[in-house]
Design a protein around this ligand. Structure first.
Ligand code: FE2
Length: 319
């Protein structure tokens, strides 16, 4: 039997400061659709058939709560569970039916060495039809994690979960589990935490419409529209959402064939990146300071400090 491995990225679960505020952003502005709500949690789909691309949970500590990974079948889930135990991973629960989660399925959870929860599942309910709107995200594309100890974490993703290293630069390791050049990337930055997450639009025209729609709703374009001058070669536009997380629209991600893709080293990229780590088109203005802070987790920290200050001032005024 082939080694069990992860074959897709379903999305992420985020802890958010205010569920209603975040829901309004992700539905009215970002283009997702709410499919389920239960207490302090909500689930949102893209236009594709995946049950949900994003889960939100009201939390006093905004942040990345979980990364959700797909396995092809129950046997693969069981195989990955056995590998996780053999790997000495911090396993949270054994494989079981996920009846209490929207979309259901069969899966288990564990933590990476730096504490980020991974949920591996198969058999999650799929929608019978796609939403016919090309100007909205069609799927979750990739998540980039801030990871201080990323050599150890890279082994975890590749040896345990079966990800392949597509490319590495001085700052980021790009990992794939499908034809997409990367679904997960590990950024050398203080962590653990979310660096940014990206949702895929069908094509460049769709990405331009979606980005323009965000600006028309008074959301600042923090970087883009551009094409990454480097691994993945994908088109990007970056915004900041209500919790201070960096969110990206992307399209035209390089498609990779395992048999032929020539992984390139950080030395190769250092010498062959035509425009540094910036925009290959040389059209996008410099990335904003706000985006830099968001990708390092600093903006969320500032928001939480401000919230605490407001709460303290309010309680003092009411005393
Ligand atoms: Fe990205």
């Amino acid at each position: 039997m082939a080694e069990p491995q992860v074959t897709g990225l379903r999305g992420v679960t985020l802890g958010v400061r205010d569920l209603d505020e975040s829901l309004d952003f992700y539905t009215s502005s970002w283009g997702l659709t709410e499919v389920a709500r239960m207490g302090p949690s909500a689930w949102l789909r893209a236009t594709g058939t995946e049950h949900h691309a994003l889960a939100l949970c009201q939390s006093t500590q905004p942040g990345l709560l979980a990364v959700r990974l797909a396995a092809p079948d129950k046997a693969s889930v069981d195989g990955l569970y056995a590998k996780a135990l053999a790997f000495g991973a911090d396993v949270i629960d054994a494989p079981d039916m996920l009846d209490t989660l929207a979309g259901g399925g069969y899966g288990f959870s564990f933590r990476t060495p730096d504490g980020i929860i991974q949920q591996v599942s198969s058999g999650v309910i799929e929608h019978g039809t796609r939403i016919d709107d090309r100007k909205r995200p069609q799927k979750f594309s990739h998540v980039v994690l801030r990871a201080e100890n990323y050599p150890q974490l890279r082994a975890f993703w590749t040896d345990l979960l079966g990800f392949r290293l597509s490319d590495e630069t001085d700052g980021i390791h790009f990992l794939r589990c499908s034809a997409d050049h990367h679904s997960v990337a590990l950024a050398r930055a203080e962590g653990p935490g979310l660096h940014h997450m990206a949702f895929e639009l069908p094509d460049l025209d769709a990405l331009m419409y979606a980005s323009g729609s965000m600006r028309a709703r008074n959301h600042t374009l923090e970087w883009g529209v551009g094409r990454h001058s480097g691994p993945g070669n994908n088109v990007f536009s970056f915004f900041v959402e209500p919790n201070g997380f960096a969110v990206e629209y992307t399209t035209d991600m390089e498609q990779v064939d395992d048999a032929t893709y020539p992984k390139r080293s950080k030395e190769w990229w250092r010498e062959n990146r035509p425009n540094g780590a910036r925009d290959a088109w040389q059209m996008a203005p410099k990335r904003s300071e706000r985006l830099v802070k968001a990708r390092l987790g600093l903006l969320t920290q500032e928001m939480m400090a401000s919230d605490r200050g407001c709460a303290a001032a309010l309680s003092k005024a009411l005393a």
